[in-house]
Design a binder for this molecule. Structure first.
Ligand code: ZN
Length: 244
């Protein structure tokens, strides 16, 4: 079975379609949140995920667009885009997002948390120090996270040593080892931030028990045109080309 793991689509439907085409064939989709916010096509992204995702989390931007978080916690451009995204949502898509939680156990082996296990809505889990404490906040072997928009791997060895972060490049395959625990971020579909504008995703292959990381080019200029037509803040369009 091949499970597509993705996060932080951020209403970038051009990137999402490119990722879904590149990831085929897959048998299930796990979406780690922030399906909307920032970008120009919230309804298309939510509707697509409603059709295919067996797991879907709420991210901080999703919650803000729904009016569940204080918009003053966001910078002015993100705030403007969140208000616009929330205004676009159809009733059905709004209701679907409204039912989501920022953290959810997938099974006995996997936990999914948008930001981190200890602070699912807001924490940007980027350092080894943070990872070490976060390993204490979940029972499962593996926690999948999003939110920082950077593909990352942290390991906790059976001896208690915390390793990482390592930043997996396109094609890197991580074989999951028994006795080792992991915190894994597949990166962002719709707004990658590690100076690489390619959309990011990962595939969990249950047959060989490995997670492979991928980066794929998409038509950034098309998403930028859609953002300008929607009069979304220009810095949000420009950053997509730089991967920041
Ligand atoms: Zn995000």
């Amino acid at each position: 079975m091949r499970i597509l793991i993705l996060s932080d689509i951020h209403s970038n439907y051009v990137a999402l379609e490119t990722v879904l085409a590149a990831a085929r064939p897959y048998d299930a989709v796990w979406n780690l949140g922030d399906t909307i916010g920032y970008g120009p096509r919230p309804n298309e992204c939510v509707a697509t995920m409603r059709g295919i995702a067996s797991l879907m989390l709420a991210g901080n931007h999703d919650l803000a667009c729904l009016g569940h978080l204080d918009l003053s916690d966001f910078n002015p451009d993100a705030r403007t885009a969140n208000i616009w995204n929330g205004d676009q949502l159809t009733g059905e898509n709004r209701d679907a997002l409204d039912q989501l939680e920022p953290v959810q156990a997938i099974d006995a082996r996997f936990l999914a948390a948008h930001g981190s296990p200890r602070e699912p809505v807001w924490e940007y889990l980027l350092t080894r120090y943070q990872a070490l404490d976060n390993f204490r906040h979940f029972e499962q072997q593996i926690c999948l996270i999003g939110h920082s928009h950077v593909p990352l791997i942290f390991r906790l060895t059976s001896g208690g040593r915390c390793e990482g972060p390592s930043v997996p490049d396109d094609g890197f395959s991580l074989t999951l080892e028994e006795g080792t625990r992991y915190i894994i971020n597949p990166g962002s579909v719709g707004q990658p931030r590690n100076q690489d504008p390619r959309a990011a995703f990962a595939i969990f292959d249950t047959t060989c028990d490995s997670i492979t990381f991928h980066r794929v080019r998409y038509d950034v200029a098309l998403t930028q045109r859609q953002m300008r037509e929607a009069r979304l803040p220009e810095p949000l369009a420009l950053r997509l080309a730089q991967g920041i």
